[in-house]
Design a protein around this ligand. Sequence first.
Ligand SMILES: NC(=O)c1ccc[n+]([C@@H]2O[C@H](COP(=O)([O-])OP(=O)(O)OC[C@H]3O[C@@H](n4cnc5c(N)ncnc54)[C@H](OP(=O)(O)O)[C@@H]3O)[C@@H](O)[C@H]2O)c1
Length: 314
Amino acid sequence: MAASEVHVVTGAFGYTGRYIARRLLERGVQVRTLTNSAKRRCSLSGQVSVLPLCFDDPDRLADSLRGATVLYNTYWVRFNHTTFRHATAVHNTLRLFEAARRAGIHRVVHVSITNPSHDSPYEYFRGKAVLERALIASGLSYAVLRPAVVFGREDILINNIAWILRRFPVFGVFGDGGYKLQPIYVEDLANLAVTEGLRDADVIVDAIGPETFRYRDLVRQIGSIVGVKRPVTGVPAGVGWAIGWGIGKVLGDVVITREEIGALMAGLLHTKSSPVGSTSLTEWATHHAACLGRRYHSELARRKDLHTPYVTVS
Ligand SMILES: NC(=O)c1ccc[n+]([C@@H]2O[C@H](COP(=O)([O-])OP(=O)(O)OC[C@H]3O[C@@H](n4cnc5c(N)ncnc54)[C@H](OP(=O)(O)O)[C@@H]3O)[C@@H](O)[C@H]2O)c1
């Protein structure tokens, strides 16, 4: 790789994108970000060139990718909401892939999800399957990375489990809580992305970390690590969703959606693949125990305020 190469990262002032951008900068690669949050304050500002994700103007979108060799795509929306939808994210990402092809991008490293499927009852997983198929058919060289849950300082799920444990006398898991998930550390995911960005082979990788948890055990483990051992009790999925909805109303956020609960309970955040990440969530959480869950991490706050940095575990 020539040091003068330019790589494009979507969302470098967001979560996963910032770690990928940082890794690339450390390797001497010039980084350009395409983002909806060009004004968000970030330690990387000034080190990366910044252009808008202008999905509505395909020519401009292609121009914003010209001169670069690799595109790392993290762009997606977590759930359907009044102001954003999965269907829009699928449409926009298809435009991004087409713009990459027109701009002469050589390789795309695309962040997907474990177990995407065209037949999935969950739009998130169907949309990701559509995008993977389109990328494969595009003729571009590709690496598709499929994480289950990404943990790190900016993460939402793990931090907010700790937040709930700290504030409520009991923690309700959906159903029996026996379904599994395999979290990967965001730095491990970024390393994998950058490594794959420098390769040529077309690959699809389950981007999972070294530990597999049953959901109820994950909750217990986090409680024990942050020093709040609450009773963990099974509740019907609908009841769990309603409680989450109520907490979200108070906080002005969506804590969890019915789809997310369904996918979790269906075991879609679990694979049979070998781990590619080496950082243990248990060790990372122990290291950050004093701060984990002290502040709530809000998805909607990140989308409403495009200037303020993501709240992090310090
Ligand atoms: N976080 C996890 O636990 C997890 C688990 C499995 C898979 N993934 C996948 O990992 C990728 C990166 O996710 P992330 O958690 O790191 O998210 P993120 O940084 O918060 O967002 C990634 C990108 O999507 C854009 N974006 C997010 N929500 C949006 C919205 N509602 N409207 C418009 N743009 C939006 C961001 O916009 P800006 O340009 O404004 O920053 C950023 O460019 C996604 O493809 C996701 O499906 C994440």
